[in-house]
Design a protein around this ligand. Structure first.
Ligand SMILES: NC(=O)c1ccc[n+]([C@@H]2O[C@H](COP(=O)([O-])OP(=O)(O)OC[C@H]3O[C@@H](n4cnc5c(N)ncnc54)[C@H](OP(=O)(O)O)[C@@H]3O)[C@@H](O)[C@H]2O)c1
Length: 269
């Protein structure tokens, strides 16, 4: 099906972390614009159920690739599994933290897996799938990041550091590829109502407050793929500066740390 989006970017898209939450919302949004989608995630039943739903609702082709993105070699496997497709849109969504905790209260292996999924694998996806886009002169790459990227803070040391990596990677690739026909967007999210978010916050007993809707997040991002380098969902100035930009680095870090601590205290009072 030829649509404005397939004409601009190409016939296929990949969502890494595409079986639930923001990822599956991206997949529905892409499919509704005529893009065939490849969904990547670990839990096969969830992956297949989402794929069936997208096929039924949008009539596009859907391929599933069951992979753990925190393992070395995952992106090579994904490239091999999609070698027959022209992939014009890649959304790297998987990246949530499964537990907010002090740095030394988490296993070293958990930190290293997070870094591989959120940094090594993201960089490799950008390299492997971005190169053919640049060569073709069309494509789009979305790296989903977080407000945790704005500054360091207690209980998000590794997570925030990986999200800052994703933000800088997206902004840098935008600068390099902007004249090549490839759009790059670093998508900064605040609290969003996803199954992963609820698993983490329910386990901690944290009060949610207002949450963004994953469908709104994906639709807005898909409508602004060409408005990079950075899009801050939920901001009154989505292409504007960091909301902490006016603070000294020290005050920003202390503000971030107070935010984490306030969430935990609310949940215990
Ligand atoms: N939700 C929020 O409040 C929030 C706030 C700020 C930023 N963000 C960002 O938004 C993105 C999406 O967050 P989310 O809340 O939807 O949770 P998420 O856990 O990052 O994403 C869920 C999706 O990713 C897949 N996934 C997770 N780990 C994977 C792995 N190792 N290998 C392959 N697939 C994996 C999940 O399927 P499987 O579990 O079956 O693998 C599912 O399809 C993340 O980058 C996160 O940093 C979210």
């Amino acid at each position: 099906m030829a649509t404005a989006m397939t004409g601009t970017y190409g016939p296929w898209g990949i969502v890494a972390g595409g079986s639930d939450g923001v990822g599956v919302a991206f997949a529905h949004g892409m499919a509704s614009r005529g893009i065939n989608v490849v969904l990547v995630a670990r839990r096969v039943p969830v992956l297949e159920a989402s794929a069936d739903d997208i096929r039924a609702r949008h009539g596009v082709e859907v391929r599933t690739v069951a992979l753990d993105l925190s393992t070395q070699g995952a992106e090579a496997e994904l490239a091999h599994a999609t070698r027959d497709l022209e992939v014009g849109l890649f959304v790297y969504n998987a990246g949530g933290d499964d537990r907010g905790a002090a740095f030394l209260d988490k296993d070293l292996d958990a930190h290293l897996e997070l870094v591989q999924r959120n940094c090594g694998s993201v960089l490799e996806a950008a390299y492997r799938f971005g190169a053919p886009m640049v060569a073709r002169g069309r494509g789009a790459l979305v790296l989903v990041t977080s407000g945790a990227a704005w500054a360091g803070g207690a209980t998000h040391a590794a997570y925030g550091a990986t999200k800052a990596f994703d933000l800088i990677l997206a902004e840098s690739l935008w600068a390099e590829w902007r004249t090549s026909g490839v759009d790059v967007l670093g998508l900064v999210l605040g609290r969003t109502d996803t199954p992963s978010f609820r698993r983490v916050f329910d386990a901690e007993g944290t009060v949610y407050g207002e949450l963004a809707d994953p469908g709104d997040v994906a639709e807005e991002a898909l409508d602004h793929l060409a408005d990079g380098p950075t899009w801050i969902h939920g901001s009154t100035t989505p292409t504007g500066p960091s909301p902490l930009g006016a603070l000294s680095r020290r005050d920003a870090v202390l503000a971030m740390s107070r935010g984490a601590s306030a969430s935990r205290q609310e949940s215990t009072t």
